[in-house]
Structure formats: C-alpha cells, structure tokens
Design a protein around this ligand. Structure first.
Ligand SMILES: NC(=O)c1ccc[n+]([C@@H]2O[C@H](COP(=O)([O-])OP(=O)(O)OC[C@H]3O[C@@H](n4cnc5c(N)ncnc54)[C@H](OP(=O)(O)O)[C@@H]3O)[C@@H](O)[C@H]2O)c1
Length: 257
C-alpha cells in the first residue's frame, strides 16, 4: 500500500512554494520522494525555503512572478532546460483582496483574477510539453489547482474577486480535465478551508477562535491535512481520478457556520 503513494523518481513544480500552503504541499511531496521545484517572486525567499526544505529531499528554489505572462514562459523554458519531463504541476500561488462592495476597486479585481485564474491556465499551457512527456496511461501526469472553500460556498468576507476566481478555477479544473484525460494528464483541485498562513493572518489576529469556529471540526487545517491530499492526488493512488474538487476544510463547505 505504501508504494501507491510513493513519489520517488517524480518531479514536481509548486508555484508559491516558499511559504504557506505551497510550502506545506512542497514538504509533503518531498516526504513522499519527489524532487520539487518551488517558486517565489523573491529570489532570497526561494533560496531560503529550498535550503530549509532540503533536509526532506531534493528541492530547488526558482525566482518567478507567475502573475506575469512573460515570466511564465521563461519559467517553462528554464524547467525544460533542466528536466526532460514534469510529473506534477501544483498551481498554488494566489492572492486575495477584501473591500466593501460599494468601494471595491478594479485593481483588487484584476490582480486577483490574473494571479488566481489566468496564471494557472497559462502555466498549464506553457508546461504542457513537459507534462505530456511524463504522461502514461498507468501513471498520468498531474495538475493540481489550489482553489478554496470560498469557491464552493459564500463567505462572510467581502472578497468578491477572490471567491469568483476560485469558483472559476474549480470549473477550469473540470474543463481541462475533460480536455486532457485522453492525453493521460489528470487535473484536480484542492479546496482548502482555513489554514494558518499570511493570507488569513488578519482574521486570525482579529479573532482566532472565530476563524476556527467557521469549520464544524472547530480547528484550522494542519500541514499534514493539505500534504496528504496533495500526495494522494500526485500519486498512483489517484491515477483514475480527474476533474474533482476535493475540499480539505473540516466540513466547512457542507456545513458552513
Ligand atoms: N490560507 C488559507 O486559509 C487558504 C484557504 C483557501 C485557499 N487558500 C489558497 O492557498 C494558496 C496559497 O495561499 P496561502 O494561504 O499559503 O497564502 P500566502 O502565505 O499569502 O501565500 C501566497 C503564495 O502565493 C504567492 N504569490 C502571491 N502573489 C503572487 C504573485 N503576484 N506572483 C506569484 N506568486 C504570488 C506567494 O509567493 P511569494 O510571495 O513568495 O512570491 C505565496 O507563496 C492560494 O491559492 C490561496 O488562495 C488559502
């Protein structure tokens, strides 16, 4: 059974893998045996995270701003120069924006949509040659999109573009899954509930127990919760699974508080 989840010999790319949920996923993939490339906009943060994670496996930090189309193409070229194939692409980098409805501005709409929805699509497009090189019927190449519980159910936060971008990413997951299934590339999404990262630091600082109470399990997600889901979706255990959005949210999407 352990072999079913073994990622030895696999190569993965995790965007925004230097901190937060991306780093939790990168750590899980490393623990399962994968070689991991992670990106950060900041070269020092990418190098620092890679150095810290290197005790868990082979990890390379790359500087890249995946919100930029030219940077996406450059990242794909860089990877193609280093690797003959890419087994797992994790589209994790994301941003949020909160503003009251009447004041919500265009920058908060465009930046969030560009990074959360447009970038994953163009990353997939740019990396398809490497993903195709890894794809086999018995063990497909994998695309994992990090969505959100806010794309499944409405929340009390005024995060209009964020919620819409994540719902869009969930549906893009299904559309790409349908398109790429016959090429032996699976496309799935993970929809996290609250995890302790910089993204929700403002809410945790304001009232930690209120955030915990948003989930019926009354707790935040732990690194192993997200790592377990990512390793499953990256491994042979999920070879016949595509187009799903897997909530990892302590029940929040089925029983919102
Ligand atoms: N935390 C939660 O409760 C929660 C819940 C549901 C979904 N999520 C999703 O989980 C993913 C990771 O978020 P997080 O919670 O870990 O938040 P975070 O700590 O704020 O991390 C955001 C990540 O996205 C990257 N990023 C931000 N802006 C970027 C840009 N313009 N270009 C490239 N990368 C950029 C950051 O990389 P650098 O700053 O290093 O460049 C960082 O690694 C996001 O997609 C988020 O929507 C989080």
């Amino acid at each position: 059974m352990a072999g079913l989840f073994d990622l030895t010999g696999k190569t993965a790319l995790v965007t925004g893998g230097a901190r937060g949920i991306g780093r939790m996923i990168a750590g899980g993939l490393l623990d399962a045996g994968a070689k991991v490339y992670l990106t950060s906009r900041r070269p020092d943060a990418a190098a620092e995270a890679a150095a810290e994670l290197s005790a868990r496996g082979e990890v390379i930090g790359l500087a890249s701003d995946v919100s930029d189309a030219a940077a996406i193409r450059a990242l794909a070229e860089d990877l193609a120069g280093r690797e003959p194939r890419l087994d797992v692409l994790v589209n994790n980098a994301g941003a949020t924006w909160g503003q009251p409805l009447d004041a919500f501005g265009e920058p908060g709409w465009d930046r969030v949509m560009d990074l959360n929805l447009k970038s994953p699509f163009f990353l997939v497009q740019a990396l398809l040659p490497l993903l195709r090189a890894a794809a086999t019927p018995a063990d497909p190449a994998r695309i994992l999109n990090v969505g959100s519980v806010d794309g499944l159910a409405t929340s009390r936060f005024e995060n209009f573009s964020y919620a819409a971008s994540k719902a869009g990413l969930h549906h893009l997951t299904r559309v790409l899954a349908a398109r790429l299934a016959h090429e032996n590339i699976t496309v799935n999404a993970i929809a996290p509930g609250p995890f302790e990262t910089r993204m929700i630091a403002f809410a945790l600082e304001a009232d930690r127990s209120a955030v915990e109470a948003l989930t019926p399990m009354n707790r935040l997600g732990e690194p192993d919760d997200i790592a377990g889901a990512a390793v499953y979706l990256a491994s042979c255990a999920s070879a016949y699974v595509t187009g799903v959005v897997l909530p990892v949210d302590g029940g929040m999407s089925v029983a919102p508080r």
